[in-house]
Design a protein around this ligand. Structure first.
Ligand code: PLP
Length: 333
């Protein structure tokens, strides 16, 4: 079975398991796990920020990161299909007591005109204040679309003038980095706080990080514990994450090439596939997915007429070619 449902499905490689087994560990709640501390320092440095915090999931990193820039009763603006709005089960409202308003962009892009018109400055006791804007790069439900650096920089410049903070959901920022050659530090510079994942295309079994200032991270460390996210000898998982960063970033280019191959097979313009996610619109989405599964290719439906194919570490070039042959046959009908 070639599993294209998500890039979270990867299994740790033998080398990653060896790195995990060899990890030096301690109790991270006591601040005594050297492997976690080294990973946090390394990732903070990659993005040009002061500090980072290891979390079990991208969702927890996002909850803590958005909360770092939005107080209860304030709002965050984001694109309507952002992961924080659609797929975190209302955590930002339920856990953090903040509200959201959204703009719509079919490719999940920054729409600065929309942001400006949604922006609500502090009006005392009359209206909810916009505390932050959140952007997602790459954008999952927009088919792994990259947000151009220039748009992010324009948002940053506007936000600085307006007294608004910027959160970047960088679950797949590595894909954006590899697809465009943009240094991670440039992405770091446009955001006050980031959430980045090691458990998507990078292939670690678990692990994400919040990245920001030393103060933000110190407060987030307390809140993480409050949420039940204080982990003990978690250097095992940090070692897997560090291995992923050291060995699995540049190879994301292969996933992107595989995704373009699958797009072509499904009649989707490969020029519109920026990274490792292909979105196929079909009125018979469920049937298409069932028929592909019968032929050894698993895909996901992410809407009544939307099929999603995601390439990753466990899909070789031979797998991608075989999947493309199956999907092309089904597409031809
Ligand atoms: C863009 C984006 N942000 C955050 C997350 C949350 O990550 P996790 O599944 O580790 O909670 C995901 C998961 O797919 C995602 O795609």
């Amino acid at each position: 079975m070639i599993d294209l449902r998500s890039d979270t499905l990867t299994r740790p490689t033998a080398a990653m398991r060896a790195a995990l087994a060899a990890a030096e560990v301690g109790d991270d709640v006591y601040g005594e796990d050297p492997t976690v501390a080294a990973l946090e320092e390394h990732v903070a440095g990659l993005f040009g920020h002061e500090a980072a915090l290891f979390t079990p999931t991208g969702s927890m990193a996002n909850v803590l990161a958005v909360r770092a820039v939005v107080e209860p009763g304030e709002e965050v603006l984001c694109e309507a299909s952002a992961h924080i709005a659609r797929a975190e089960l209302g955590a930002h409202g339920a856990v953090s007591g903040l509200t959201m308003r959204t703009w719509i962009s079919p490719r999940g892009q920054v729409d600065l005109a929309a942001v400006r018109s949604l922006h609500a400055p502090d009006m005392g006791s009359f209206f909810v204040r916009t505390a932050a804007v959140s952007v997602e790069n790459t954008h999952n439900f927009a088919g792994g679309a990259v947000l151009p650096l220039a748009d992010l920089q324009a948002l940053r410049a506007w936000a600085d003038g307006a007294g608004v903070r910027v959160h970047l959901d960088g679950a797949r920022i590595w894909n954006a980095h590899v697809a465009t050659g943009t240094p991670l530090s440039e992405y770091g510079a446009v955001a006050d706080v980031l959430a980045v994942c090691l458990s998507k295309g990078l292939g670690a079994p678990v692990g994400s990080l919040l990245v920001g200032s030393a103060d933000v991270v110190a407060t987030a460390r307390v809140r993480r514990k409050r949420l039940g996210g204080g982990m003990r000898q978690v250097g095992l998982l940090a070692a897997a994450g560090r291995h992923a960063l050291d060995h699995h970033v540049e190879r994301l280019a292969d996933d992107h090439a595989h995704a373009r191959l699958l797009a072509e097979a499904c009649g989707v313009d490969p020029a519109g596939v920026d990274t490792n996610i292909v979105v196929v619109e079909r009125t018979d989405a469920s049937e298409f997915v069932s028929r592909a599964a019968e032929e050894g290719v698993r895909a996901a439906t992410v809407g009544p007429t939307t099929v999603r194919l995601v390439t990753h570490l466990d899909v070789s070039t031979a797998d991608a070619e075989r999947a493309a042959a199956v999907l092309a046959r089904l597409t031809a009908g």
